[in-house]
Design a protein around this ligand. Structure first.
Ligand SMILES: Nc1ncnc2c1ncn2[C@@H]1O[C@H](COP(=O)(O)OP(=O)(O)O)[C@@H](O)[C@H]1O
Ligand SMILES: [Mg+2]
Length: 285
């Protein structure tokens, strides 16, 4: 058995004092070369788990227990400098909101230059050439003429493409895509998903998809892990999770994804809520 590229082991994240656990002993293993999906409703702890891995947790929230290893390296005990070097060069994150992640006061070329200089020690014309190459790769038309444009001059879909190019700029082994398309129109969403899937093939990268929508990762992920209320519900191959889910909650999530199976409510009322589950308005419709 190969060591997984990313190994999260009973990771617990939350407020220390007074103690409030938001991510509770979550374990997840991502094999090199795989496309793994971490799925769960909004608020289930997906983003916090990833921010913990990247060492980017918001103030007040910290890792309370467990471990996270990337290529066998214990991320949680790395000194901050080494940690920052790891981000970008070995693991990169595409966030939900590209507008918030890009610097609105810098043109595109300057943002790439900052990253390329810091991580790869390339600047000047080499950085410019690399930026054009990256923008081409993610499908920004006439990339060379867009270098002096600012983030607000791009459409939402193009901004997300720029964000992806920036994430790829240092050749990360692991790309974490945290709901990369939620802010986009449906047609643009699909283009961005296809782009990441194509890049994954082209540059031999491992992708961890984060989404609240199982429909989004059907066909994209080969392994799926389901998170609920900060706890891991189940994980397995996409085939297992989509066709033979073991947990009632996973079946519920599947049933709530009409784009996926177009369930006929007459024939298949789906599993009812588990005992003690809050019944959400609209699920019976
Ligand atoms: N900065 C924060 N301060 C307080 N609570 C937070 C903060 N960020 C997230 N949480 C809480 O942690 C839980 C998990 O959040 P998050 O990881 O963002 O969920 P997801 O990404 O699955 O939607 C939620 O209950 C959320 O309200
Ligand atoms: Mg999130």
């Amino acid at each position: 058995m190969n060591t997984p590229l990313l190994e999260i082991d009973r990771l617990t994240v939350g407020f220390a004092e007074p103690r409030r656990v938001l991510v509770d002993e979550v374990s997840l293993s991502v094999d090199a070369g795989s496309a793994t999906a971490l799925v769960g409703e909004s608020g289930s702890g997906k983003t916090l788990s990833m921010l913990a891995v990247m060492g980017l947790l918001p103030p007040g929230i910290s890792v309370l227990g467990g471990a996270a290893r990337l290529g066998g390296v214990d991320l949680l005990s790395l000194p901050p400098r080494a940690r920052r070097r790891m981000n970008g060069s070995r693991v990169a994150l595409i966030p939900q909101d590209a507008m918030a992640a890009l610097n609105p006061t810098l043109d595109i070329q300057s943002q790439f230059e900052l990253v390329l200089r810091a991580h790869q020690r390339i600047g000047g014309s080499a950085a410019r050439a690399r930026t054009i190459e990256l923008l081409d790769q993610v499908g920004i038309p006439s990339a060379a003429s867009r270098l002096r444009s600012y983030p607000h001059e791009f459409s939402g879909g193009q901004r997300q493409r720029v964000m992806i190019a920036l994430a790829l700029s240092c050749g990360p082994e692991l790309l974490i895509a945290d709901e990369p398309t939620t802010a986009l129109d449906v047609t643009i969403q699909q283009q961005i998903l296809d782009l990441v899937a194509r890049l994954r093939e082209e540059i031999d990268m491992t992708v961890l998809w984060i989404t609240h929508d199982l429909g989004v990762v059907a066909g994209l992920a080969d392994r799926v892990a389901v998170l609920r209320h900060g706890r891991m519900v189940e994980s397995g191959t996409a085939e297992q999770i989509f066709y033979r889910p073991a947990q009632p909650y996973t079946r519920q999530l599947l049933a709530a994804t009409p784009t996926l199976f177009d369930p006929d409510p007459e024939l298949d009322p789906g599993p009812g809520p588990a005992p003690g589950d809050p019944v959400e308005a609209g699920t019976e419709a």
